[in-house]
Design a protein around this ligand. Structure first.
Ligand code: FMN
Ligand code: 7N5
Length: 387
């Protein structure tokens, strides 16, 4: 394990901050408020916002509140075993960083800072297709760190193949294909602010550095950005693909493939039938379908239906160690942490992401200990009660 995160007191206070106050809160639920103080209003709204009325974003949190841990005593949880392996990737705890695009709008070091922070802890980073940093630069920042690549699936097969070949060559081991964002959801915050970072040419580093994409353009993106942006957006949006198209991805990717954005048990079964290796039960943090079910609400039925045949990962609303425990007890193999690490990035770049990650991992470790669980395998529905 690259760095021991262990007990909160040892790690953050004695080693990390030497007993001094940390630079900002160790409570990820508070970071949103303080991030609002340090970010441009539009950038903050873009990150914090959800689709429509925000109903799904709120439902994601409410669903966590409906489940309560029921701690067990005298179980000897002095030493916990949090390390696990998902699709061949070893990790110190069942936590990955969710793919989040355009990180340059919150910090100039953007995805490179995130990659360094994740690598320092051995936590896998899922890099977004909509990154503000190219595949090769993220890989370099990530060094020996574990890394997965998230795909917004280009309709042009040459471009798709080129991007995936680059990701594979750069050491990204697992492909995460996001299905729930084939067009952007109705996001009043961004609409009201007239703010969409992509239309300003942000979050285009993967596309603009891709030789196959550049070949399709009459003028390079540096000379005519709006045309290049529109060409790219038209390529990654649309419904012209269905389940039968998934084998095409196998032609370009020989590693594990995970489908992200699964909410319905029948879609989870289809992912198994299509020979996929994993799914992420996710509603994109409530950013796509306003009124969609909370992801935690649908997790148990999906895990029961397919959990023995495919890796079931989870995101949308994870903020604390207890949240991780609950998702695992309800059938997830690991969770993806979303907005909180972006707020860490906003507060302090690489150090900020590390701070958030260490806080969540240490909180997870302690909550696991005090709930009486030694091993991840001990986390079953019996560890919970529905309120
Ligand atoms: C600012 C922002 C950008 C995102 N960009 C992507 C992306 O590029 N690709 C993707 O698959 N998911 C993206 N997501 C969704 C996350 O991967 C994840 O599903 C979501 O953040 C989980 O919800 P939470 O933040 O409430 O925990 C984005 C989320 C946010 C907040
Ligand atoms: C093409 C959209 C990329 C960013 C994204 O997924 C989000 O804002 O939720």
């Amino acid at each position: 394990m690259p760095e021991r995160f262990g007990y909160y007191q040892n790690e953050l206070y004695l080693q990390g901050y030497g007993g001094a106050k940390p630079p900002f809160s160790t409570d990820a639920t508070k970071l949103e408020d303080s991030a609002a103080q340090v970010l441009e209003p539009e950038a903050f709204s873009y990150v914090a916002g959800g689709a429509g009325s925000g109903a799904t974003m709120h439902a994601n949190r409410e669903a966590f509140d409906r489940w309560k841990l029921v701690p067990r005593m005298l179980t000897d949880a002095t030493e916990r075993e949090l390390a696990t392996t998902v699709l061949g990737t070893p990790m110190p705890a069942p936590v990955l960083l969710a793919p989040i695009g355009v990180q340059s709008i919150v910090h100039p070091d953007a995805e490179s800072a995130t990659a360094r922070a994740a690598a320092a802890l051995g936590v896998p980073m899922v890099m977004s297709t909509a990154s503000s940093t190219s595949i090769e630069d993220v890989a370099q920042a990530s060094g020996d760190g574990p890394r997965w690549f998230q795909l917004y699936w280009p309709s042009d097969s040459d471009v798709c193949g080129s991007i995936l070949a680059r990701a594979r060559a750069a050491g990204f081991s697992t492909l995460v294909v996001t299905l729930d964002t084939w067009t952007l959801g109705w996001r009043p915050c961004d609409l009201d602010a007239g703010y969409l970072p992509f239309l300003r040419g942000l979050g285009m580093a993967v596309a603009f550095s891709d030789p196959a994409f550049r070949q399709l353009l009459e003028k390079p993106p540096e000379e005519d950005t709006p045309t290049a942006v529109l060409r790219w957006i038209s390529m990654i949006t649309g419904t012209d693909r269905d389940w039968s198209a998934l084998p095409l991805l196998r032609e370009h990717w020989d590693g594990p493939i995970v489908l992200k954005g699964i909410q319905h048990v029948d879609d989870a079964r289809r992912a198994v039938d299509a020979g996929m290796d994993g799914i992420v039960v996710s509603n994109h943090g409530g950013r796509q379908v306003d009124g969609a079910a909370a992801s935690l609400e649908v997790l148990p039925e999906i895990a029961t239906a397919v959990g023995d045949r495919i890796e079931v990962l989870f995101d949308s609303g994870v903020r604390t160690g207890a949240d991780v425990l609950k998702a695992l007890a309800l059938g997830a193999k690991a969770v993806l942490l979303g907005r909180p690490y972006v707020y860490g990035l906003a507060h302090g770049g690489e150090d900020g992401v590390r701070h958030v990650l260490r806080s969540v991992l240490a909180d997870l470790d302690l909550t696991m200990a005090l709930s009486g669980h030694r091993r991840l395998a001990d986390l079953t529905a019996a560890a919970l009660r529905r309120a």
